[in-house]
Write a protein that binds this ligand. Structure first.
Ligand code: DON
Length: 445
């Protein structure tokens, strides 16, 4: 069989190819010389599979796409409070290079605009690093996100530094408010070197997939930053990543994203996919024109908007029935899929309808592939309360979907592998399965 996704990507690239509107970034001479017709798109799945079409192995500079990743490094290196003390998380609704700081504190509004990103650069790595060591911390951190050693384009960096008056002005303002505590010129040079890190569309898709994968790089398996850092960074990308186009993006595409003036664009959909596109012509916000069109297509074709309502919660209770007849006939809640809070709440509602006379109750997890921590606690509380109201509770859990199934505090569950063991229990079955997990009370028989 021919692979489906590369064919789909190639088709979508063909659809946007004729759009030559927009201009490559003109304010960095070396970028203006880039081939404006380059076009590529890549999907990185969370198991490390990468699909692509077009120019996905062409290198270009990462530019502002570095901002969320370096924000992640700063949060991982220092914790949340010191970073939040210097840079806010409010959308500014302004252009990326706007010279604006929060009144009163002088804090940049968020880490995606240049003022915030310049400050965040100064917070990557230990406080006492030299400017060169800080750049190296950033290069090494970005490499960990990409899963390969990244290098820098010195020509693009030098070309931007010759025209970096605006960023220098921003940095001096930040210094005057003591938001920056280092030499502003060295910080701008470090930030500009950060922007000149060379990546391919394939790299960017993997970097985005690392964010989508709770901070673990799907290729190397390395946990690059902790999960709470990823949540913070994705939230900021969602509200601020597309600058003064963030609201349009949030409604039309709905994927946490970040653009760069070399033409790259990434999106990270938590738990699903990392996406990257490359096309150098930019719109008036500094976002890639064809990149935005590609993301609009991907989001609508594949239902990737984060606000799409998942069907899973409604479908968690597959059936609720009694097997057989008589006083010992077990009542079964057959559950399915991945269970989060909303799914567990459905189980609570069903459990409340169980008549007290039905002594034996089974939660059948055979078709459940995952139970998150909140759902686990809710389901075990269901089991505990059922026990306290006089029921014998069974978990049918052949794949051990329920971690540590101990309801605690007066609760008791018997874990078995099949419904048959609930319907026709032998003393052998119960002794073996009831003691399967450590810390679990033995079966009542
Ligand atoms: O600070 C700058 O001007 C650039 N080096 C990065 C700007 C950028 O990529 C803006 N994003 N679209």
């Amino acid at each position: 069989m021919r692979p489906i996704i590369p064919d789909y990507l190639a088709e979508v690239l063909r659809d946007v190819e004729s759009d030559t509107s927009g201009e490559p970034a003109g304010y960095i001479p070396e970028l203006a010389a880039a081939d404006p017709d380059r076009l590529g798109a890549a999907f990185a799945m969370l198991d490390g599979e990468v699909y692509g079409a077009g120019d996905i192995d062409t290198e270009f500079t990462i530019q502002s796409i570095s901002k969320p990743f370096v924000h992640a490094l700063a949060l991982a290196d220092h914790g949340f409070a010191p970073v939040l003390a210097k840079v806010g998380v409010e959308p500014s609704g302004e252009a990326f290079n706007e010279i604006s700081l929060e009144t009163g504190t002088g804090r940049p509004r968020n880490p995606m605009i240049n003022a915030g990103a310049i400050t965040v650069h100064s917070l990557a790595g230990a406080e006492d690093l030299t400017p060169e060591q800080r750049v190296e911390r950033v290069r090494q951190g970005l490499s960990a996100f990409a899963g390969r050693r990244l290098t820098m384009d010195d020509a693009v960096c030098a070309s931007e530094m010759e025209h970096a008056h605006r960023n220098l002005a921003i940095a001096h303002m930040l210094r005057s408010h003591d938001v920056l505590t280092k030499d502003p010129e060295a910080v701008v040079e470090g930030y500009t070197r950060q922007c000149s890190v060379l990546v391919t569309t394939r790299d960017l898709a993997i970097m985005a997939a690392t964010l989508a994968n709770r901070g673990t790089n799907p290729l190397s398996g390395e946990q690059v930053v902790p999960e709470p850092v990823v949540r913070q960074v994705l939230s900021v990308m969602f509200s601020c990543g597309m600058y003064d186009a963030a609201g349009d993006w949030a409604t039309q595409v709905g994927i946490p994203a970040k653009s760069g003036v070399a033409g790259g664009l990434i999106g990270a959909l938590p738990g699903q996919i990392g996406i990257a596109t490359f096309s150098p012509r930019l719109d008036r916000h500094g976002n890639s024109v064809r990149g935005v069109s590609l993301f609009e297509r991907f989001s609508s074709d594949m239902g990737l908007h984060v606000m799409e309502t998942p069907a899973a919660a409604r479908a968690v209770v597959r059936s609720h029935h009694v097997v057989g007849s008589g006083p010992d006939a077990p009542r079964v809640l057959q559950l399915q899929g991945g269970i989060g809070f909303a799914g567990a709440e459905r189980v609570v509602q069903e459990a409340m309808t169980i008549p007290p006379s039905d002594t034996r109750v089974a939660l059948d997890l055979t078709l459940v592939h995952s139970i998150d921590d909140v759902a686990r606690r809710v389901l075990l509380e269901v089991a505990r309360r059922l026990t306290l109201s006089g029921h014998d509770v069974y978990l049918v859990d052949p794949e051990s979907a329920m971690a540590d199934p101990d309801p605690g505090d007066g609760g008791r569950v018997t874990v078995v592998n099949t419904m048959d063991q609930v319907v026709n229990p032998t003393r052998d079955d119960l002794t073996r399965t009831g003691l399967r997990a450590a810390g679990r009370p033995g079966p009542r028989s």
